[in-house]
Design a protein around this ligand. Structure first.
Ligand SMILES: N[C@@H](CCC(=O)N[C@@H](CS)C(=O)NCC(=O)O)C(=O)O
Length: 206
């Protein structure tokens, strides 16, 4: 059975576990990171020198880090989630990379400010700037989703996974957000997926 190292409250672990759920793979998830610690243990660092979660470990000793790479690997190995057409697949990869480079960094100060920082220590300006940047990013998603049902094209794929985990956080953290009707239509379809419900919606933001 595969092992996924990482606490389930991590957005990056959630991406990997959501893919595990979509692919219906037997998996043991092991709590490390955050309050659980252990990511600086030599045995963990040998698998993941970043001291971050998640890390995938297979029975033959193969290990892999970077959540989006883990998602793509599991999909390629087990079949499913991966668009067959090269251009559609490239669009999926584009939106996965965009999550790491654009919407992830935009929402991080909002998440840390509102969830992991006590009210008296919050930096309201940083939170407001993060909300604005995240809204600008979600507007890009809305424009894309005005032209296609899912981010890569007509069908759900791994290209939706990283962005949807971020949009879940945006919707919960920014109730005063503008209305993005295409994103809302797409998110309703995502939220109806049992694996998303189990590995993302049901995990509180902490
Ligand atoms: N780009 C990496 C980022 C991994 C990352 O930053 N993980 C965070 C949790 S979301 C982490 O390990 N934080 C320290 C900890 O949980 O101990 C990925 O996508 O896997």
């Amino acid at each position: 059975m595969i092992k996924m190292w990482g606490r389930n409250t991590s957005s990056n672990v959630q991406k990997a576990m959501w893919a595990v759920g979509e692919l219906k793979l037997p998996c043991e998830r092991i709590d490390v990171g955050g309050a659980f610690g252990k990511t600086k243990d030599p045995s963990y660092l040998a698998m993941n020198p970043n001291s971050l979660v998640p890390t995938l470990e297979e029975e033959d000793g193969f290990s892999l880090w970077e959540s989006n790479s883990v998602v793509r690997y599991l999909a390629a190995k087990h079949g499913g989630l991966e668009p067959k057409d090269a251009k559609v697949r490239a669009k999926a990869h584009q939106w996965m990379d965009w999550q790491l480079s654009v919407i992830g960094p935009a929402i991080t100060p909002v998440f840390w400010g509102l969830i992991r920082t006590p009210p008296e220590k919050r930096d309201p300006a940083a939170i407001a700037a993060g909300k604005q940047k995240t809204g600008d990013a979600v507007k890009m998603l809305d424009e894309r989703l005005g032209k296609a049902a899912y981010l890569a094209g007509d069908a759900f794929s791994y290209g939706d996974i990283p962005a949807a985990v971020m949009v879940r956080r945006y919707r919960d953290l920014v109730p005063e957000r503008p209305s993005f009707k295409h994103v809302e239509r797409w998110f309703a379809a995502i939220a109806a997926r049992p694996a998303f419900d189990e590995h993302v919606t049901k995990i509180p933001l902490v």
